[in-house]
Write a protein that binds this ligand. Structure first.
Ligand SMILES: [Zn+2]
Length: 380
């Protein structure tokens, strides 16, 4: 592991050992400076001292190190308002490093991007998902190598959003669509690429993108509707993993006691059977406009029935939907919002928002970048 800014890990270790060592404090302070610039944009060293509560001397010392490591760069001067020296501004060094993000969640293509430290996409590559499942891992490695070769700067890390259940070490416990079981994708990629690698479930990556770039609050569920239905959860701003790393796996929760469509898992009336893009699209194909609307409302109501107890139990303030807007944005999301409101306590959940993500198709790629920013720099 890199000796650089593993602030979150350092602090975890420091807490366990019961004392804060100087190098831990330094890593923490470096993260604090980077986080302040990430959120606040370019500012002077004096501004940084004020924002972080650190001394001017400490800030100057940290900034020297961060400039040497190409995380921070000087950005010229700000004209002084009164007498005195104009202040030199410092900001994140946006060209100093790049991040590579991979999204393995689509059924036909693995997609990837090279991103700046602000999550802006500067290059894209993709390739077809091999029909032979044993080739899928090799394809992921090849895609990551192509992206790293196209980064034109040191790569801070590779973040991967994959379908399936992924444990806290980035091992894919089960991804039936890809035929993966107990696959240590993190180890395979780090050995092949020689850069730090972070792997998470695609919906868990997506909720991080919504939190960092989409303005979502700290208590939010992101429901990702595609070939399947999954969710990523943040409570108190922290990802919720669950006992078996499967928090948010709501696709095979049965909704209602009135039967419903047959699900691929063998049960009847799973949320995924009501709501997945293939299932919903095929039911809509045969319908005229009013019947379409009724079908979408029904699907939204099913989603609301599944989400209401989650919203109530975790006291969430937002539900964000990610998937095809022509299906989700409209009758479906309105019905979901109404259903959640009528099935939860009005005092707390009357203001509950159900909205589409503004991150579009790139939500998993940008979430993968947040995983790298957070894991490597302590920034989110
Ligand atoms: Zn099912």
């Amino acid at each position: 592991m890199s000796q650089r800014l593993e602030a979150a890990l350092f602090l975890g270790r420091a807490r366990r050992s019961g004392k804060i060592l100087p190098e831990h404090a330094r890593a923490h302070n470096r993260s604090l400076v980077l986080q302040t610039l990430f959120r606040g944009g370019a500012m002077s060293r004096a501004d940084l001292a004020r924002e972080t509560g650190l001394t001017r001397v400490t800030i100057s010392d940290l900034v020297v190190g961060l400039i040497a490591d190409r995380y921070v760069a000087e950005q010229g001067v700000r004209e002084a308002a009164g007498p005195g020296k104009p202040a030199i501004l410092v900001d994140l060094d946006r060209d100093g490093h790049r991040i590579v993000g991979l999204d393995l969640s689509a059924s036909d293509r693995f997609t990837g991007a090279v991103l700046t430290l602000d999550g802006e996409i500067v290059a894209r590559h993709d390739l077809a998902v091999p029909s032979d499942r044993s080739d899928a891992v090799a394809a992921v490695v090849a895609l990551a190598q192509t992206l790293i070769a196209d980064a034109h700067a040191p790569v801070l890390g590779v973040g991967v959003g994959t379908p399936g259940v992924v444990d806290g070490h980035g091992v894919v416990l089960a991804a039936p669509g890809l035929g993966w079981e107990h696959l240590d994708l993190t180890r395979i990629l780090s050995d092949a690429l020689d850069v730090p690698v972070l792997v998470a479930n695609d919906a868990n990556a997506a909720v991080l993108a919504e939190h960092t770039f989409g303005g979502a609050g700290d208590d939010v569920i992101l429901v990702k509707v595609g070939r399947g239905v999954g969710a990523g959860l943040l409570t108190g701003g922290q990802p919720l993993a669950g006992a078996r790393s499967a928090a948010g796996e709501i696709g095979h929760v049965t909704v209602g006691t009135d039967g419903g469509p047959q699900c691929a898992c063998g049960k009847i009336g799973c949320l995924e059977a009501w709501l997945s893009v293939p299932s919903l699209s095929s039911r809509l194909a045969a319908l005229d406009a009013p019947a379409r609307d009724a079908e979408l409302r029904d699907a939204g109501e099913r989603l609301g029935i599944a989400l209401a107890p989650i919203v109530g139990a975790l006291d969430l303030s937002e539900i964000v939907l990610s998937g095809p807007a022509e299906l989700l944005d409209g009758a479906l999301s309105r019905a979901a919002a109404e259903t959640v409101r009528t099935r939860t306590l009005a005092t707390f959940h009357d203001e509950l928002q159900v909205r589409m993500t503004a991150q579009g198709q790139d939500i998993v790629l940008r979430g993968a970048a947040v995983m790298v920013l957070s894991g490597r720099l302590g920034v989110s």
